[in-house]
Every structure is written in structure tokens, then in C-alpha cells.
Design a protein around this ligand. Structure first.
Ligand code: FAD
Length: 469
């Protein structure tokens, strides 16, 4: 008997429910990855995420080869490709792990139906979340819209999975399907922009596990104090690994449980809380599939944003890290150079774009989508809507982040800003956060594009307009 395991964003061998099921119940397993961006609607992976995907597939392929198996790569319409592979190999079943992006759900349901109607076994499994989004509802049967009660329920409902260790060997067919080469998927960008990513990141399951181990050993105990400091290495940087499923939230939760920190230790709990925010974002996207394009709070549908012709130049300055606001520019340059940005700084640059520059959050979300190695439809949408004030459990609209005060508080010596804006290296200490000081003393550093106080007031006035309406 032969089964196909259709890999997607679960690029790991350990704790992989679909793979585990296939090898327990079938004699031969054929691991497959299909590159089918058209099936993902407007949200096929952006350039930075494709860079990651390319390298992650290479690692997975190596790990499968070490176990006597092989990763078959293909591109094209997934349903057709799977159909051809079933014909070619004589396999009887297809297994995969569930994802919750709206276009993916639609595609997967259609494929499942089609396979079953054609007489194949088709089954999906839970592997990328701790609890299925449909399993957590309020007493009245509706979804949670506030994080804290969701988090309480999640803690009650989650039970550790039975461990699925990674296979040492994986039996395959005597003749493997043809497939295509990794390069034929054309995932890596044509520009040399992503070249520097390899200095910073090592995609793949083993690197993810090493990063988790190091974080648990060295940083988790101080996580609650350090997590807001972009000038330190206080967070795990596991986000791209989690997005591509090189590590699962269950593996993380189990590693934390096994760690030396006392149960209920502040670092561990506060880290799990962030994993739960990931869970909450996925949950919201599942229950409200329109969120990537439209605000959760309806009233924001009429928000008086500036028009594209008014904001184009400001948007470009923001994208290029040349707004004249040092903390914002440092974040945007970190993003461009490394494909990642610290969470605190993501909130600062997002607040600046949507409130001080009055540019629709969708513009920012779309730039992040293309440039983040961890670009994730659920987390990105939730992060932008939260900061713009229109999402679930959002920051109250009047809390406009002041990037200067935020910089002084979370980058108190200005080290983060100087690292990413080298033209400000000559300005010592926290003075580097002051836009006036930066543009006067920094070499060719731009003047601020907006006055922070006046633009804050403009945002509050815009908000009053929709409140009154
Ligand atoms: P850690 O602090 O080590 O947290 C561990 C994990 O928990 C993260 O890897 C992530 O999976 C999850 N997590 C942490 N914070 C959040 C959060 N606020 N919301 C949801 N999950 C969270 N995260 C993405 O993974 N992809 C995105 O596209 C994305 N876009 C964002 C856009 C904006 C405007 C904002 C404000 C936040 C966004 N986030 C996104 C959430 C967060 O910034 C990143 O997950 C985090 O910075 C990743 O770094 P880390 O792995 O070191 O996080």
C-alpha cells in the first residue's frame, strides 16, 4: 500500500501528524510539495517568504534523502498534480495537515471532495495550532473577539499531543515519480536584495530546533522583561520557522514545559501567551475570512484615509526608511535588510503609517507581506488591524504611539537606531531619537515628513468623523 503525504506549511519530520499517520498505516510513503501560487488568490507568498521556502524545501529534501526517502517537487494546479501523481504511482491515499487561510480552506475542501469521489482516501490533520478554531467558542456559540478570555479557554482546552517522533527511515516506492527540480520552482528573487538574508537566517527544521533550544536555555526566563527591547536579543525569532511549520506550537509548548524554569515562571507564561496570540490570529481569520481586506470593526470601512495621490511619496519614504523619524526608519531598514522586524518596532512603524501619515493599513500590510520572511496572513492582518484600531481587541484609537517616546523607552541608548541608520552614528545616547537632532547632525538624514503632534491631531479628528457618523 502507498500513500502520498502532501507537505505545505509543515516542513518538518517530527510532530507531523499527516506523515505519522501515513507511515503507520501504509507500507510506502511519497512526500510531495506542490508550488501552486494561483490557488492562493491574492495571498501567494511574497518575495521574502519565497526565499525562505526555497531553502526550507532544500533542507526538507536533504532530511528525507537521509532516511531513504525523497521529496517530489511539482508546480501547477494542485488537484491536477495530485491526480497525476496518484495515477503515476498507484498510491491509494493523500494525507496533509490543515491550514486556515480562507483560499487554502476552499482549495483543500474541493480537493478532499474530489479525491474521495474518485475513490481515494483523503484525510487532513491538526498540526499547526494547539486547538482547532471551531473548538473554542463563547457560551452563546459565537467566536471570542477579546484575547484574554480566549487565552483562558485555550489554556484549559489544550492537552499535550501524543509525541510523534521523527522517522529514522521512510520506505518509498521502487520507482519515484518524476517531479521537477527545486530551481524549476523559481522561488528565489531575481534581485540580489535577499542575498544578505543567509547571514541572518538558517531555514529548516534542525535550525528551528536549535533556535528553540537556545532560546529556552538562554532567554526565556527573561522574556517578559526583554521582549519589548529591539536593541537586545530578547525574543525567540522563531516566527518564520513557525510560519513554515519547521517547528510546531505543540513542540514549543512541550519544550517550555520540560525547561528548567519553574512551572508558571513569568518568562515561560509570557512566551506561551505570545504563541496564543498567534493562535488567536489564526482563529479570527478562520471565523472572519474577510479580514485581510476589510476591517473587523465595520465603522472603519468609512475611515477618511488620504488618497493614493496624496500619500504616494510618504508611502515610499516609509518603505525606504527615509521618513525622518529615526525609530521608524531603523525598523523599516531592518525589515529591508533582514526580512524581519522586532514586534515593538512593527507596532511603531504601523502606527506611524496609519495614524501620523493617515495611509490605509492595507498598504502597510501589503508591503510587509512582500518583505517579511515570516509574512503570515493571520498574524499580519491581525497585527495591522490591531495597530490601526479596527481589529479585535485593538488598541483604543486615541493611543497613537509617539515614536520618539517609544524609542527613548525601548531603545534607551539609541543603539538599535544607530545600528540600522549608520548616518546617525555620530549622535550619542538617546538624543538620536529626536528627529530635529537627527536631521541637523546626521549625514544626509532627511527632515521629518510630518510634525508628530499635528499629524496625531489630524488622526484623532479623522477618527471623530467616523465616530460621529
Ligand atoms: P517572539 O516574541 O519570540 O514570539 C514567539 C512567537 O509567537 C512568534 O514567533 C509568533 O509566531 C508568535 N507571536 C508573537 N507575537 C505575536 C503577535 N503579536 N501576534 C501573533 N503572533 C505573535 N507575526 C508573524 O509571524 N507574521 C507576520 O506577518 C506578522 N506581521 C505583523 C504585523 C504587525 C503590524 C505587527 C504589529 C505584528 C506582526 N506580527 C507578525 C507579530 C509579531 O510581530 C511577530 O510574530 C514577532 O515579532 C516575531 O518575532 P519572534 O519570533 O522573535 O517573536
Amino acid at each position: 500500500t502507498t500513500a502520498i503525504v502532501w507537505f505545505r506549511r509543515d516542513l518538518r519530520l517530527a510532530d507531523n501528524a499527516a506523515l505519522d499517520y501515513a507511515r503507520q498505516h501504509f507500507e510506502r510513503v511519497i512526500p510531495v510539495y506542490v508550488w501552486d501560487p494561483d490557488s492562493l488568490g491574492d495571498w501567494s507568498p511574497g518575495a521574502a517568504a519565497r526565499w525562505w521556502l526555497h531553502h526550507s524545501l532544500a533542507r526538507l529534501s536533504e532530511r528525507l534523502s537521509e532516511r531513504g526517502s525523497r521529496l517530489t517537487l511539482a508546480r501547477g494546479d494542485t488537484a491536477k498534480v495530485l491526480g497525476q501523481l496518484l495515477d503515476e504511482t498507484g498510491a491509494e491515499a493523500v494525507f496533509w495537515n490543515r491550514l486556515y487561510d480562507p483560499a487554502v480552506i476552499q482549495r483543500d475542501q474541493a480537493i478532499k471532495k474530489q479525491l474521495r469521489e474518485s475513490g481515494y482516501e483523503a484525510r487532513s490533520f491538526r498540526a499547526s495550532v494547539l486547538v482547532e478554531p471551531w473548538e473554542l467558542l463563547k457560551a452563546d456559540g459565537t467566536p471570542y473577539l477579546v484575547f484574554t478570555p480566549f487565552w483562558k479557554q485555550l489554556q484549559k482546552r489544550w492537552s499535550p499531543p501524543s509525541r510523534c517522533p521523527e522517522p529514522r527511515e521512510l520506505a518509498g516506492p521502487s520507482r519515484w515519480p518524476t517531479g521537477c527540480s527545486l530551481d524549476a520552482l523559481e522561488l528565489t528573487p531575481k534581485l540580489d536584495w535577499a542575498d544578505g538574508f543567509s547571514d541572518r537566517w538558517t531555514p529548516g527544521e534542525l535550525a528551528a530546533r536549535r533556535r528553540l533550544d537556545r532560546f529556552v536555555e538562554e532567554a526565556v526566563a527573561d522574556y517578559s522583561e526583554q521582549r519589548d527591547r529591539p536593541d537586545r536579543h530578547g525574543t525567540s525569532r522563531l516566527s518564520p520557522h513557525l510560519h513554515f511549520g519547521e517547528i510546531s506550537p505543540a513542540q514549543i509548548a512541550l519544550a517550555l514545559e520540560a525547561s528548567g524554569e519553574l512551572p508558571g515562571g513569568q518568562g515561560r507564561l509570557s512566551y506561551l501567551r505570545e504563541i496564543a496570540w498567534r493562535e488567536f490570529s489564526t482563529y479570527l481569520l478562520y471565523h472572519y475570512p474577510h479580514l485581510p481586506d476589510q476591517p473587523l470593526k465595520d465603522q472603519f470601512g468609512d475611515f477618511p484615509w488620504r488618497s493614493p495621490s496624496e500619500y504616494r511619496a510618504d508611502l515610499e519614504a516609509w518603505q525606504q526608511g527615509r521618513t525622518g523619524i529615526p525609530m521608524v526608519d531603523a525598523g523599516m531598514r531592518e525589515l529591508w535588510q533582514t526580512g524581519w522586524m522586532h514586534n515593538r518596532v512593527r507596532m511603531i512603524v504601523a502606527s506611524f503609517l496609519t495614524k501620523n501619515l493617515l495611509i490605509p493599513w492595507q498598504e502597510g500590510a501589503s508591503w510587509f507581506w512582500d518583505t517579511l520572511v515570516d509574512a503570515d496572513l493571520a498574524n499580519n492582518t491581525q497585527g495591522w488591524q490591531w495597530t490601526a484600531g479596527c481589529g479585535a481587541d485593538a488598541a483604543p484609537y486615541f493611543r497613537v504611539f509617539n515614536p520618539v517616546l517609544q524609542g527613548e523607552k525601548f531603545d534607551p541608548q539609541g543603539d538599535y537606531v544607530r545600528r540600522w541608520c549608520p548616518e546617525l552614528k555620530g549622535i550619542s545616547g538617546p538624543r538620536v531619537h529626536q528627529p530635529e537632532v537627527a536631521s541637523e547632525q546626521g549625514r544626509s538624514y532627511p527632515r521629518p515628513r510630518v510634525d508628530l503632534k499635528r499629524s496625531r491631531q489630524r488622526a484623532l479628528d479623522a477618527y471623530q468623523a467616523i465616530r460621529k457618523a
